[in-house]
Design a protein around this ligand. Sequence first.
Ligand code: ADP
Ligand code: ADP
Length: 226
Amino acid sequence: MAGITVEDLSTVYPNGVRAVDGLDLEIADGELFALLGPSGCGKTTLLRTIAGLEGATDGAVAIGDRDVTRLQPGERRIAMVFQDYALFPHMTVSENIAYPLRVRGVAKSVQQETAVRTAEGLSLGALLDRRPGQLSGGQQQRAALARAVAASAEVLLLDEPLSNLDARLRLEARTFLKKLQRELALTTVFVTHDQAEALALADRIAVMDAGRIRQLGTPREVFQRP
Ligand code: ADP
Ligand code: ADP
C-alpha cells in the first residue's frame, strides 16, 4: 500500500502540447481520489504519467518512496483500467484475470487459484470460462477490475471506468467500486468528467483545467458555493 506524490510534473507531447503543466499533488495511502474536469484538460495524461505509460518531461512521480519514473514495467505495482475495459477478447475471464500473474511468471496453480478467488469476490465465479464477448457491460467491467486486483497492485488507476455503462449499471458499479475500494484500501485514482460521479465516490477531488489543478478538496469543499 502506498500514497502517490506528484511534484512539479509536466508532460509535453512530441507535438508540443503541454498536457500536464507543473502540477503538484499528494494522494494519501488508501484514498479514493477523483480527477475531474472537461475534455482535454489533461486528466488522462496525468493518469498515464503516474502509470509510467507516458514519460514525464519534468518533475517526479513517486509511489510510496519509490520514484516510478525509474522503475521497469515489471517492477511497477500499478494497475490501470481503461474506459473500454481492454479485456483480451480471445481469452476467457479466468485467463484475463490471471494474465498479469502469467506475465510475471507466477506458477500456473497460483494463477488459477487467484483467478477463482478474485472472480468469486466479484460475483464472477460462474463466468470464469466465458469470453468477454459473452458478458454484459457490467460483467466486463468487473472482470477488468478483477484483473487489476488480482495483479496485487498497490495503486489502482481508473480512466472513466463507468462511462460506457448504462445508467442502471453505472449505479450498481459505483456501489460495487466503493465497496471494493474500502475492503482493499487500495490507493485509487479515477478520471471522470461527471461531477455526480466524483461527488458520489471520491474522498477528495481535484478539478483540472489546462494541465493544472484549479481546485482541490473533499466533495463538500469543492462543490460548496460560497
Ligand atoms: P482529458 O483526459 O482531460 O480529456 P488528455 O490528457 O487526453 O485530457 O489531453 C490533454 C491534452 O493533450 C489535449 O490537448 C489533448 O489534445 C492532448 N493530447 C492527448 N494525447 C495526446 C497525444 N498522444 N499526442 C499529442 N497530444 C495529445
Ligand atoms: P506470448 O504468450 O506470445 O508471450 P503475451 O504473453 O504478451 O504473448 O500475450 C498473450 C496474448 O495476449 C497474446 O495472444 C497477445 O496477442 C495478447 N495480447 C497481449 N497484449 C495485448 C493487448 N494490449 N491487446 C490485445 N491483446 C494482447
